[in-house]
Design a protein around this ligand. Structure first.
Ligand code: C2E
Ligand code: MG
Ligand code: MG
Ligand code: MG
Length: 291
């Protein structure tokens, strides 16, 4: 066994637990405090229909504003999980996203559904549907404006349990998206029986589909599968006009990526929605046939 510092530790039979890294412990404490003080914020990345460029949704993405800039989830979500804070933070995310939907509605913005990411651990929390129902009622937001994103790995961890949870959410009118499709260990039979309203193609495949025939085959197969299941498919991580055009020719329904919109703070997103023009301009510019 090796410690974080790389030193060999004598192990007599069972491995002793590695001594905790004090820097990590400090960060964990700081994260706990940050949840309590509600320091986390959500940025929103728009998704667009590929046929006419209209915005069809926005994904809520977690950000932690710190002295040295915005921290992205990759930097802290693992520690949140290890520290047993997943459910507490997840609840804050749901509360914030639904409150934001209410504010946008009050401001008279054309409503687009907001997608919230739910971690595998959160899927095991049976109070999730009640929390969602309570917040939607409290903020008077229609359930159809909320979408829950689950990853394929969560979906396949305990399919029976997850299916029950999703069906409870669905019965309320909440939509379900399957995130990062193709990266987990899914059984197609489980997918068939899962109530799902949208399938998301992982950026890894979108980013390499022009160079790798295999990635392109996976993108094509995912689109065909989604359409066979009668759900729209969104390609994530679209960064170039060429990718956009290829996805269009393959029959993809929706796109999300830096080419069209970066994740934005709520006010900037509202501005962008009021503006209306920019994304549809981009999509029609890339497709003369449509303009
Ligand atoms: P995800 O749900 O697959 O989210 C998409 C990620 O791709 C986001 O990274 C987004 O900023 C990034 N992205 C979007 N367009 C592009 C593009 O064109 N190019 C590239 N290279 N990247 C693009 P982000 O915000 O760093 O989030 C990473 C992951 O963290 C998310 O992956 C999601 O799994 C997780 N996450 C984010 N917010 C939450 C949350 O509130 N709760 C939970 N449990 N997980 C979250
Ligand atoms: Mg997501
Ligand atoms: Mg994804
Ligand atoms: Mg991801």
């Amino acid at each position: 066994a090796k410690t974080a510092g790389g030193h060999r530790v004598a192990s007599g039979g069972a491995d002793p637990a590695p001594p905790p890294d004090p820097r990590q412990l400090g960060l964990e404490t700081r994260l706990r405090q940050a949840i309590e003080d509600d320091e986390f914020v959500l940025h929103y990345q728009l998704q667009f229909a590929l046929d006419d460029g209209r915005p069809v949704g926005a994904e809520a993405l977690l950000r932690w504003p710190r002295e040295d800039g915005q921290w992205l989830p990759g930097r802290f979500i693992g520690l949140i999980d290890e520290g047993g804070m997943t459910v507490a933070l997840g609840e804050r995310v749901i509360v914030q996203a639904i409150a934001q939907l209410r504010r946008w509605r009050e401001a008279g913005l054309a409503p687009v559904p907001v997608s919230v990411n739910i971690s595998p651990r959160q899927c095991l929390d049976d109070r999730l549907p009640e929390l969602v129902a309570e917040r939607l009622a409290q903020e008077q937001v229609p359930a159809a404006l909320l979408k829950i994103e689950i990853t394929e790995s969560a979906a396949m961890h305990d399919p029976q349990h997850l299916r029950g949870l999703l069906e409870r959410l669905r019965a309320m009118g909440v939509q379900i998206a399957l995130d990062d499709f193709g990266t987990g260990y899914s059984s197609l039979a489980h997918l068939r029986d899962m109530p799902v309203d949208q399938i998301k193609i992982d950026p890894g495949f979108v980013g390499s589909m022009e160079q790798h025939a295999g990635s392109r085959a996976i993108v094509e197969a995912t689109i065909a599968l989604a359409h066979g299941l009668k759900v729209p498919v969104v390609a994530e991580g679209v960064e170039s006009a060429r990718q956009l055009e290829l996805l269009r020719s393959l029959g993809c329904d929706q796109v999300q990526g830096f080419l069209l919109a970066h994740p934005l703070p709520p006010d900037a997103l509202a501005e962008r929605l009021r503006d209306g023009s920019s994304a549809s301009d981009h999509i029609s510019r890339c497709s003369p046939a449509l303009s």
